[in-house]
Design a protein around this ligand. Structure first.
Ligand code: MGP
Length: 202
């Protein structure tokens, strides 16, 4: 017959086992995200924009994210003219994608390589962690490694919605912790409402 201490030991073992099971389960994100990469450092003569754009990985857990980030996605390791993208799965990082066609982007210049990496990482975590109130308005983020100056751009869906863009811009500024001037530009000027502006500033 089991003694009281046997039962206590059993209960304790069960509790530890179920805690381990919970810890081993991957932490699922609210939605799926896709990493893209475009290496335009050796462009083929006459090749149209987008021919070197590659879809790399789609993931939906925190564990996959860290694995991918650690192994590959540090922008500063890459040559000039490379672009990195993290976009919602199903949205291509192109103006032509229906989710982006009526949108635009907030841009932030990165003054140092370390700066680009840290702003990129902070942005990725804010996106997959759903920290933006207007998350449904966001398409994704692009890190551009450039000879002149690296930069980050946060692409959004509805450029004409000024209130949403201002809210996203303010939040992004907080996330990357910069105080520099930021500009939002429409992908396609001809698509904006007549009454709307072509740009917003923060
Ligand atoms: P860019 O990289 O968005 O501009 O586009 P930026 O950041 O001002 O310039 P960069 O030299 O620092 O890269 C540069 C050019 O690439 C554009 O003028 C287009 O010709 C082409 N291009 C860029 N994007 C994102 C697209 C796109 O989504 N679709 C198409 N068709 N062309 C694009």
């Amino acid at each position: 017959m089991a003694t009281e201490s046997d039962l206590a030991m059993e209960a304790q073992t069960e509790a530890v086992t179920s805690e381990e099971t919970v810890m081993k389960q991957p932490h699922r994100l609210e939605r799926k995200w896709t990493f893209w990469f475009d290496n335009q450092s050796k462009p083929k003569q006459g090749a149209a924009w987008g021919t070197s754009l590659r879809k790399l990985y789609t993931f939906d857990t925190v564990e996959e994210f860290w694995c991918l980030y650690d192994q590959i996605f540090k922008p500063s390791k890459f040559p000039a003219n490379a672009d990195f993208h993290l976009f919602k799965a199903g949205t291509e990082p192109k103006w032509e994608d229906p989710e982006c066609a009526n949108g635009g982007k907030w841009s932030i210049p990165a003054n140092k390589k370390a700066n680009l990496d840290s702003m990129w990482l902070e942005t990725l975590m804010a996106l997959i962690g759903e920290q933006f109130d207007d998350a449904d308005e966001i398409c994704g983020v692009v890190a551009s490694v450039r000879q002149r100056q690296d930069k980050l751009a946060l692409w959004t869906k509805t450029a004409a919605n000024e209130a949403a863009q201002m809210s996203i811009g303010r939040k992004w500024r907080e996330v990357v912790d910069v105080t520099d001037k930021m500009t939002y530009s429409f992908h396609d000027d001809s698509k904006r409402e007549r009454s709307a502006k072509a740009r917003y500033n923060l």
